[in-house]
Design a protein around this ligand. Structure first.
Ligand SMILES: Nc1nc2c(ncn2[C@@H]2O[C@H](COP(=O)(O)OP(=O)(O)O)[C@@H](O)[C@H]2O)c(=O)[nH]1
Ligand SMILES: Nc1ncnc2c1ncn2[C@@H]1O[C@H](COP(=O)(O)OP(=O)(O)O)[C@@H](O)[C@H]1O
Length: 298
């Protein structure tokens, strides 16, 4: 239908819509830094890549105070020491100012570096509903040379789940026996409900055969694997944004509102632990993220 408004009115309406969209985008990015879905460095990279779109429009002052532990006073001292005017926007920083800002961030929040001498034991962890199961299944289907570990669990099978394929479904007594017999590499109670553990023997056999082994487990399990096998590779799967994580959790439709709320609280704690991991992979597209995880095993 034709727009009956005069051109200046149409322009003003479009500009106002753009301003609202830009404000929303900035608020979302700020939330993503605060909840540590993305690192300050990653935010800066995105802002630089989209020089004149909303992310680049975030002011440096807003960017710095979005980082936990930086308040207004500290922000002003940092900007003065970096020679950046407080009115600057991220997309409008000069090359030297960007270098100074990145150097400052790297110094304060070092990004994890790949470690040398890693083993073929790969742990894939990340917050609830980020897509760990989806990415792990994709890898299993496309890379049969890798062993996707099958965990033992005390939860009941869901429709379509096959014992020994998706999980080994065991009762509490059997789980206790597995622990007592030292048959689990790690085990944890997940989401305060059921127990999950990684059987040790199939992993040892596969590694001895020269195969790569992928564990899709929770954060507590990842920490135990790091302690038991310090040369294991720990990969953290990240959502493209906090809003997308919430969207995926709701879209999956397997939890009620109360359980979702509980899992999102845990997700914030889990996201804050991403610095403990060797690599970070953003699950924007399943096939791409799966390929990136596999590339880390070579
Ligand atoms: N520590 C640990 N966590 C596991 C293991 N197996 C699965 N998990 C985690 O348990 C959680 C619940 O898995 P599941 O019951 O399949 O439900 P989901 O939340 O729908 O994926 C996920 O976060 C898995 O990563 C395991 O062997 N050890
Ligand atoms: N890259 C992706 N893009 C869009 N949706 C995804 C992607 N990866 C996973 N999902 C969806 O997100 C939801 C949660 O994925 P799931 O594998 O169950 O997460 P997790 O195992 O981490 O709890 C599922 O509905 C899944 O289909």
């Amino acid at each position: 239908m034709a727009d009956s408004r005069t051109p200046p009115e149409v322009d003003r309406a479009a500009a106002s819509r753009r301003a609202v969209a830009a404000r929303r985008e900035r608020a979302a990015l700020k939330r993503d830094v605060t909840t540590r879905v993305i690192t300050p460095q990653e935010l800066l990279r995105r802002a630089q890549a989209a020089h004149d779109s909303p992310p680049g429009a975030m002011r440096v002052t807003e960017f710095l105070t979005a980082i936990p532990a930086i308040g207004a006073g500290k922000r002003d001292r940092i900007l003065a020491s970096l020679g950046i005017s407080p009115v600057k926007r991220l997309g409008g920083l000069g090359a030297r100012q960007r270098v100074a800002l990145v150097a400052f961030l790297d110094d304060r929040w070092p990004e994890p570096q790949p470690r040398e001498g890693r083993s073929r034991l790969i742990v894939l962890a990340g917050p609830t509903a980020v897509g760990k199961g989806t990415v792990a299944t994709h890898i299993k289907e496309h890379h049969p040379e890798l062993l996707l570990s099958v965990s033992a669990t005390t939860r009941s099978p869901r429709p379509g789940e096959v014992d020994g394929e998706h999980y080994f479904f065991v009762d509490d007594a059997e789980f206790d026996r597995l622990i007592a017999a030292g048959e689990l590499l790690e085990h944890a109670t997940v989401h305060n409900r059921f127990r999950y553990g990684t059987p040790k023997a199939p992993i040892e056999r596969a590694l001895a055969d020269g195969r790569t082994v992928l564990l899709e487990i929770d954060l507590q399990g990842a920490r135990q694997v790091r302690a038991a096998a310090p040369d294991a590779t720990l990969v953290f799967l990240l959502p493209p944004s906090w809003d997308e994580l919430v969207h995926r959790l709701i879209g999956r439709g397997t939890e009620d509102a109360e359980e979702r709320e509980r899992r999102l609280k845990t997700a914030k704690v889990e996201l804050a632990s991403q610095g403990e991991f060797d690599f970070h992979v953003v699950n924007d597209d399943v096939a791409r993220a799966a390929a990136e995880v596999v590339s880390l095993t070579r």
